[in-house]
Write a protein that binds this ligand. Structure first.
Ligand code: UD1
Ligand code: PEP
Length: 417
């Protein structure tokens, strides 16, 4: 198993180009199953989640070809092997997004309950509720979701919570349903808007994505098309926080600053300088002394849960008391134990973490418990005194393309063993 070794204490300086969004790519790759003709996707990140999903699609009969480093072509057949293999599905959460497109286009689906990071219970009741209300029959048999349907029928679906995955699954399924589907209390994340734009590029009729009311007019079929995925706001955010934590000065290229507003606002509140360009963000933490802040994770446009762990690392050396409340995933404070091993002073009480800033962290051996916990440990390693050795790097590889190369180009001392 590989490890990341970081020699800490070098502020990040320079420019970095942000890759395409993991969460948008994963949903869109599943959505490609809906298209009768070839789909070409640009700006797809080279991360393990994407590679595994492409392998799953390949075993189901989809013809997958990389055309360039970040461009992939997919051709879904008329008939599909409807079983998504457990060995692959268990490795990524987003495999649950195969369900809606498979039922809508092929009328059958057999998808093992997804795995992924252990950040909480992550039920799928809202996905089920939505797909069943469109007419699908779903059963859970020995850890596997078995679904069958005739042509789905549009309906009104109210989501008790604005779940990203449930909104995506229902939206994709509704594109081929008969009549109109309305999703109320829909999630508003930028990745939802990107998926809707992709579906519309295939000829679908999705309106209202980005608001809490999405309307979909179903069609008998969707054609192919070419589409470019949005930049990854969480990768971008991770570099912003790494720049702040190391008291560095970094320019991010290929970003949509608006998507990062919830994070930029909090960093400014913490005395970090953030300037937004058209598709760039410049972040500077060299001039002012950072100050403590409070954070609550919320659905978009609230502060993203996927940036919470990285902020915890940063705040662990910011003078004063910071408070983080995690409202989305109950196990996302597990990283606090590893940060404490590096000298951080963090108390966790249920969904609240209280962080007393310490002057510095010390490098040691630590273990990633999930993707963003891994990113948080990389940030801690970059700012710590001495050497940090991070294991369970496979979690980090789920979501960060060329992480070592990008950090090295910014002056970090990081290598993989
Ligand atoms: C591949 C992908 O896009 N992953 C993202 C997606 O995950 P994911 O789509 O799994 O997250 P959801 O928005 O569905 O989950 C949010 C909350 O809703 C709950 N819930 C969800 C579904 C359901 O049927 N019932 C239910 O109770 C979850 O337990 C959680 O507490 O959105 C999360 C929240 O922004 C991000 O952290 C993940 O990076
Ligand atoms: C939780 C995440 O992803 P997933 O939903 O794929 O586990 C994440 O990206 O932080």
């Amino acid at each position: 198993m590989s490890k990341l070794i970081i020699a800490g204490g070098y502020p990040l300086h320079g420019k970095v180009r942000i890759s395409g969004a993991k969460n948008a790519s994963l949903a869109i790759l599943c959505g490609a199953l809906l298209a009768e003709d070839e789909v070409v996707l640009e700006n797809v990140p080279d991360i393990s989640d994407v590679r595994i999903l492409l392998e799953i699609l390949g075993t189901m009969g989809v013809k997958v070809r990389w055309l360039e480093e970040d461009t992939v072509s997919l051709r879904s057949p008329q008939q599909i092997t409807e079983e998504a293999p457990y060995e692959l599905v268990k490795q990524l959460r987003a495999s649950n997004l195969l369900l809606g497109p498979m039922l809508a286009r092929y009328g059958r689906a057999s998808v093992s309950l997804p795995g992924g990071c252990n950040i909480g219970v992550r039920p799928m009741d809202l996905h089920f509720k939505g797909l069943v209300s469109l007419g699908a029959q779903l059963n859970l048999e020995r850890g596997c979701i078995q679904g069958i349907s005739r042509r789905l029928t549009g309906n009104r679906v109210y989501l008790d919570f604005p779940s990203v995955g449930a909104t995506e699954n229902i939206m994709m399924a509704a594109c081929l349903a008969e009549g109109q589907t309305v999703i109320e209390n829909a999630a508003k994340e930028p990745e939802i808007v990107d998926l809707a734009n992709f579906l519309n590029a295939l000829g679908a009729r999705v309106r209202g994505a980005g608001t809490d009311l999405i309307k979909i007019e179903g069609l008998p079929c969707l054609k192919g098309g070419r589409y470019s995925v949005i930049p990854d706001r969480i990768e971008a955010g991770t570099f912003m926080v790494a720049a702040a934590a190391t008291r560095g000065d970094v320019l991010l290229e290929n970003v949509i600053p608006r998507h990062l507003e919830p994070l930029s606002a909090k960093l400014r509140e913490a005395n970090v300088e953030v300037w937004e360009g058209e598709d760039t963000i410049h972040i500077k933490a060299t001039a002012l002394q950072p100050k403590s802040i409070d954070i609550k994770t919320m659905p978009y446009p609230g502060f993203p849960t996927d940036m919470q762990s990285q902020m915890m690392s940063f705040l662990s050396t910011v003078p004063g008391t910071s408070i983080i409340i995690e409202n989305i995933f109950e196990n996302r404070f597990r990283v606090a134990d590893e940060l404490k091993r590096m000298g951080a002073n963090i108390k966790v009480e249920g969904r609240m973490a209280v962080i007393e800033g310490v002057p510095s962290l010390q490098g040691t051996k630590v273990k990633a418990s999930d993707l963003r916990a891994g990113a948080a440990l990389v940030i801690s390693g970059l700012m710590a005194q001495g050497e940090t050795e991070i294991s369970n790097v496979n979690y980090i590889d789920r979501g960060y393309a060329n992480l070592e190369q990008k950090l090295t180009s910014l002056g970090a001392r990081i290598r993989r063993t």
